[in-house]
Design a protein around this ligand. Structure first.
Ligand SMILES: [Cu+2]
Length: 147
């Protein structure tokens, strides 16, 4: 009876230790991945990235890279940066989407480019009223993931 209880306790202890190791390893992997990230600074203006009209500079990475994009909004309107397979059809790839940020604001997104191909970084805002999206006005650039 006593040995059964002690067995149960040691089994629980082992599970707790395994869970702790998994959590610590996961956290370590997360923090270690950041210094290896390929970092890009992108400025949003009305209506271009790193300029007043597009296309912005091509961003080139390799498949499997951790990519960090630092977006600064130097325009007078809200802007965003979204990775999409098209600069006209709205979608989000790699879960890479800054969301709309206000003029003067900065934000950073980090994601893994886990699929090779030719993609786009785009602002799909239409200010809620305009017939055209900012992408159609020039807010896009190529995002190329080399295999
Ligand atoms: Cu925009």
């Amino acid at each position: 009876m006593k040995s059964n209880k002690s067995f149960a306790i040691s089994r629980t202890l082992i599970l707790v230790i395994v869970a702790a190791v998994v959590v610590v390893a996961g956290a370590a992997a997360f923090f270690l991945a950041q210094p290896g990230a390929k970092s890009f600074n992108v400025t949003a203006r009305d209506f271009g990235f790193d300029g007043f009209t597009g296309p912005g500079p091509t961003i080139r990475v390799k498949v499997g890279d951790t990519v960090q994009i630092n977006l600064e909004n130097k325009g007078g309107l809200k802007h965003e940066l979204v990775i999409s397979s098209s600069n006209m059809v709205q979608q989000t790839l790699f879960n890479a989407n800054t969301g709309l940020i206000d003029p003067g604001q900065r934000t950073t997104i980090t994601f893994v480019a886990n699929q090779a191909g030719n993609f786009f970084y785009v602002c799909f805002s239409d200010d809620g009223v305009a017939p055209k999206t900012h992408a159609e006005l020039g807010m896009w650039g190529e995002f190329i993931v080399e295999g």
